[in-house]
Design a protein around this ligand. Structure first.
Ligand code: PMP
Length: 359
């Protein structure tokens, strides 16, 4: 029996994708082997990675002057790769909206001057600061955001005014959840283990002029985007199986109607949960309404013991991984693309019942 998995990541994947992968486990399309056993230089694998790239390009409408790289090292590795590849003037502006943005900012300080131009730390990152007129240094090489804040459940619904600087966005927890205008970004990257596939793959979409040879000389070969771009993500052995699953998820999203349909599906799910939270006498959301994420929904009862009781009873009822991040407590329901609408409906039913019993 499968549970309703509200994990923030690694997270729920489409059941169809998992079944298809299971069917192909021992013999991928007549090759007599699993994709796990296949050379990354083989014809069969070449077709898999090329098709995956084509499908994500179609889905996100990625212009030709952007490269799509399939990388490793998690999103955290890019916290270093971004400044190493992009800090030409040795300076960048960071907007601090949570722990992942803060970690990226701290890592960037190793390679240059990272300037925090805005922050929502004053209210435990429960909102997105006004970024319409920030004091961005003239010589900043880029402006950095974490577009959806997995831990706190906030999302940039309006991108910052970067004053002409290139925008770099970590989209790990909102990847492929809605349509995106790629041209507004210099770099979009994310770990795939939430909306796109199994942990171990990072996808980076980078405007070609930002893929340079004159990077920080200390940049490891593997972290230099040009190394990866010149080799079409096959400089070394890539995370082959993970990319294969990402490819299947891209096809699933296409079949579901693409990113417009994903957005509608995600809005519908989030509305069910937020509408309930807004009228509940027991549970309440922790985020400013205008900044609420469609993907990660944190909530509390206001009583730690009751929170723990809720998580325990929910787990027993098949709603798992609802415990909030260890640094914030309370609960968090992550409702990524692959979470079916019934999962959210049933969770809300369960919350109503819990509220009635614990009022
Ligand atoms: N950025 C965001 C927005 C995240 O949610 C996470 C992980 N949950 C990370 C970065 C770090 O990702 P990784 O574990 O792949 O390094």
């Amino acid at each position: 029996m499968r549970v309703y998995n509200f994990s923030a990541g690694p997270a729920v994947l489409p059941e169809e994708v998992l079944k298809e992968a299971a069917d192909e486990m021992l013999d991928y399309k007549g090759t007599g082997m699993s994709v796990m056993e296949m050379s990354h230089r083989s014809k069969a694998y070449d077709a898999i990675i090329k098709e995956a790239e084509k499908d994500i390009r179609d889905l996100m409408n990625i212009p030709d002057n952007y490269k799509v790289l399939f990388l490793q090292g998690g999103a955290s590795q890019q916290f270093a790769a971004v400044p190493m590849n992009l800090m030409k003037n040795g300076k960048a502006a960071y907007i601090i909206t949570g722990q992942w943005a803060k970690k990226a900012y701290q890592e960037a300080q190793k390679y240059g001057e990272a300037v925090a131009v805005a922050s929502s730390a004053d209210k435990t990152f429960s909102y997105i600061p006004d970024c319409s007129d920030l004091d961005i240094p003239e010589d900043a090489d880029y402006v950095y955001i974490c577009e959806n804040n997995t831990i706190y459940g906030t999302k940039f619904w309006q991108l910052p005014n970067t004053k002409g600087k290139d925008l770099v966005a970590d989209v790990s927890s909102c990847f492929l959840s809605e349509p995106v205008d790629v041209t507004k970004y210099g770099v979009i990257y994310g770990g795939v283990q939430k909306n796109v596939g199994p942990a171990g793959v990072v996808i980076a979409i980078i405007r070609e002029d930002l893929i340079r040879d004159d990077v920080n000389p200390a940049t490891p070969t593997m972290l230099k985007w040009k190394t990866q771009a010149d080799a079409d993500s096959l400089y070394n052995t890539p995370p082959c199986y993970g990319i294969y699953i990402c490819g299947k998820v891209f096809k699933w999203i296409k079949k579901m109607g693409g990113l417009e349909a994903m957005k509608a599906h995600n809005e519908k799910k989030a509305k069910i949960l937020y509408d309930f939270l807004d009228q509940s006498k027991l549970f309440k959301g922790t985020v400013e309404k205008k900044d609420r994420s469609l993907m990660n929904v944190p909530f509390v009862t206001g009583n730690e013991e009751l929170d723990a009781k809720f998580v325990k009873e929910a787990t027993a009822a098949g709603f798992v991984n609802l415990k909030g991040h260890r640094t914030v407590g309370g609960m968090r329901a992550s409702i990524y693309n692959a979470m079916p609408i019934e999962g959210v409906e049933k969770l809300v039913e369960f919350m109503k019942k819990f509220e009635a019993e614990n009022a």
